[in-house]
Design a protein. Sequence first.
Length: 123
Amino acid sequence: MERTKYGYARVSTGDQNPALQLAALKKDGCKIIFKDAGLSGATINRPALRRCLKKLEHGDTLTVWKLDRLGRSLRDLITMLDDLKQRGVKFRSLTEAIDTETATGRAMWHDRRTRGTRKELYQ
């Protein structure tokens, strides 16, 4: 049984246009796209993201146009992506070539995670 590909898009201000993100997610094959508008990535109150995360099931894929659309804090991103992994949900970030279904994509995430964690430690 083929699982669902979900997309998540976010713009920080009401005057920003999410069209580029939405087009990229549709082109990548996302069947359902959740969108938050006028919300910072630093805020935890993102209703569409919350709905999206609740909807995801084992075998599904969550795709974002860019990693910072999912969250600003590396710590929050690590927690979120670790949770997805434990639930059996695949993750893709289109612009950073992170794809947890491929060895290269997993290596890209591991590298980014390691460099970011080290950077946070030494600040």
